[in-house]
Design a protein around this ligand. Structure first.
Ligand code: MG
Length: 354
């Protein structure tokens, strides 16, 4: 089987409301869909959801990167996934979202050719994944109102953005704990703290039963994260500090995190995510699969991965709730809060109207 064509299309998506994290505000979004065709009449779909302040990519850079990858992809065997990643890395370092779109489409093709849903192709047994739901930065009473509402709708895990100020973060988590007493809570500081502030907040979060603190320090400060982890009563999760398998290797060797938040858009897709997960698992570090502002296509690809790898103890695959992709996606997975039930059709199982 050979790749014959790659088509990319940038599509605008309207957000229900702006999403605020300590790094910035996301009030509009677009995403890039990729279609890869083969000479065996098997077609695969992928997506790149660029987030400039995390990956350094925009939809424009994704489209340019895909143009650069195209000559290496045409004529390639889609099963030669490691080889294709090496070729892409030789053409452009980083650019994980553009690579993820290609990787996702190739995995869609491989699983379709095997006649298996992607999670089974990757070695999994059950196509069901529980997702959490994220609460953005806002007024503490408003965040708590959201938490109560989400718990009432059936979400059992909530991820709470932090980094406003100690007083606001403390009030928010206390009110959220009261509004959703049974919820499993994680807090994401998105690099917003210093080590001393992280440890101050960790003591408070431990009292509220928070299970994990995500990315307390700037992404480059691995030693700082190891210091915080060695003293924190709450487990520490690395997100922006881990893009590549090499990053994961540094994090586990320095014992800087208890959990690594893998995102397809950071690492370059499923192939690299499997490598990071394997490094983490061998070092006794668990993983979470997170997401950017991804449509149901990319979310489905991520859910297949989580369903295949039990080292993923959390799935933060909630972005598809923030915008309406129904004009673009004809059919995807079933979602009954909090469970994503993956389609049993071959491949990712998402039918795109392009
Ligand atoms: Mg994060």
């Amino acid at each position: 089987m050979r790749v014959t064509r790659l088509t990319a299309e940038r599509v605008a998506v309207a957000l229900a409301e702006p999403f605020v994290v300590s790094l910035g505000v996301i009030d509009s979004a677009d995403t890039v869909f990729v279609k890869i065709e083969t000479d065996a009449a098997v077609t695969g779909y992928g997506e790149a959801a660029a987030t400039g302040f995390v990956t350094g990519e925009t939809s424009q850079t994704v489209l340019e990167a895909l143009k650069l990858f195209q000559p290496a992809l045409i004529g390639a065997n889609p099963f030669a996934i490691d080889h294709i990643h090496r070729l892409m890395d030789q053409i452009l370092v980083r650019n994980g979202s553009a690579k993820a779109a290609v990787d996702m489409a190739l995995h869609d093709i491989m699983a379709k050719a095997a006649g298996l849903p992607l999670y089974q192709y990757l070695g999994g047994a059950v196509g069901r994944v529980e997702t959490d739901m994220t609460i953005g930065l806002g007024r503490p009473d408003e965040m708590a109102r959201q938490a109560g509402e989400l718990a009432g709708r059936g979400y059992r895990e909530l991820k709470v953005k932090a980094g406003a100020s100690d007083a606001v973060d403390r009030e928010a988590i206390a009110l959220i704990r009261r509004a959703a007493p049974q919820a499993r809570l994680k807090v994401d500081a998105n690099q917003g703290w210093t080590a001393s502030r992280a440890l101050r907040m960790a003591a408070h979060y431990a009292d509220e039963g928070v299970e994990a603190i995500e990315q307390p320090l700037p992404y480059w400060d691995i030693d700082g994260m190891a210091y915080v982890r060695s003293r924190s009563p709450v487990p520490i999760m690395a997100d922006e500090s881990c893009f590549t398998p090499a990053d994961a290797s540094v994090i586990v060797r320095r014992q800087a995190a208890d959990t690594i938040n893998i995102k397809l858009m950071k690492c370059g897709g499923i192939h690299r995510a499997l490598q990071i997960d394997a490094i983490a698992e061998a070092a006794g570090v668990t993983t979470m699969l997170g997401c950017m502002l991804e449509s149901r296509l990319s979310i489905a690809a991520g859910a297949h991965l989580v369903a295949a790898r039990p080292n993923f103890v959390y799935a933060d695959l909630d972005s598809f709730n923030d915008f309406d992709d129904s004009a673009l996606i004809r059919s995807a997975f079933a979602f009954s809060i909090p469970f994503i039930d993956l389609p049993e059709t071959p491949g990712i199982g998402v039918d795109l109207g392009f």
